[in-house]
Ligand binder design. Structure first.
Ligand code: R2B
Ligand code: URA
Length: 256
């Protein structure tokens, strides 16, 4: 029909299609949209979503921490230890490796979290508890076949361009610039990238909580951008931080 006639690359008569400003996207054999658990090869995306609008909500760990730390205060908790566990992208290390963070750094490899307060930028330190990270590392040595490193963790505001990815709807840099950036991060001591550690370290530090960050890596970003390991492998990897922390808790309770 007239309404579905293509008049140029992005426009059907009477319809304006979404522009993706990324020259790499069309050359990809398959595009896995990791957070949506969808892929161009595994799902018929036009049939499933051609007529709907998506909304994405960005969860904020800082809101959760404000309320959790306030709760701990009201409950008069003391000597609190708090550990963030989760997933991350590794740099120069094998997928499945667990990284225990010594310092959380920002996108400039600096150990700081910049909080906008009113119309000021307030810079906060992102140091974590050294003794706690060493205790966790010792604990990891007791688990067989459990590759673990202590290293810096880079925390970003975005999963795609913000982590130097060549996929996603926007990509404004070359493959060479991406690799140069990630190699500089590696040289600065960064071993993994995620999206919560700096604000977590800053808030816990200021409020006197002993804090640690333990994340498994799902891919090596020097090799690829897409998270494309089989589902059961990803599930096993994601259980590794949980396994380490449950062993740590058992040890602290004197149960092993
Ligand atoms: C790690 O993984 C998530 C993004 O895929 C994000 O919550 C993070 O920090
Ligand atoms: N989480 C991230 O933030 N980045 C990755 O590459 C993987 C998981």
């Amino acid at each position: 029909s007239n309404s579905s006639m293509r008049s140029d690359r992005n426009t059907y008569v009477g319809k304006r299609f979404v522009h993706v400003k990324n020259a790499y996207l069309d050359s990809m054999d398959e595009d896995i949209l990791y957070h949506l658990d969808l892929g161009t090869k595994t799902h018929n995306l036009p049939a499933m979503f051609g007529d709907v609008k998506h909304v994405m909500v960005i969860p904020s760990i800082s809101i959760m921490l404000h309320e959790l730390i306030t709760l701990l205060h009201h409950a008069r908790c003391c000597d609190v230890t708090i550990i963030r566990i989760g997933t991350s992208g590794g740099i120069g290390i094998a997928p499945g490796t667990v990284v225990i963070t010594d310092i959380a750094v920002d996108s400039f490899f600096k150990p700081r979290f910049e909080q906008v307060i009113l119309d000021n930028i307030v810079t906060r330190s992102t140091e974590l508890d050294k003794e706690l990270s060493e205790e966790l590392f010792n604990c990891s040595k007791e688990i067989p076949n459990f590759p673990t490193f202590i290293g810096h963790t880079m925390c970003t505001y975005d999963f795609y361009e913000g982590q130097g990815r060549l996929d996603g709807a926007l990509c404004s840099f070359s493959r060479e610039k991406k690799l140069d950036y990630l190699k500089r991060a590696y040289k600065a001591g960064v071993r993994n990238i995620e999206m919560e550690s700096t604000v977590f370290a800053a808030m816990c530090g200021l409020c006197g909580l002993k804090a640690a960050v333990v994340c498994v890596t799902l891919l090596n970003r020097l090799g690829c951008d897409q998270i494309n390991l089989p589902h059961d492998v990803l599930v096993e990897y994601q259980q590794r931080p949980q396994l380490l922390i449950s062993n740590f808790i058992r040890r602290r309770l004197g149960l092993c």
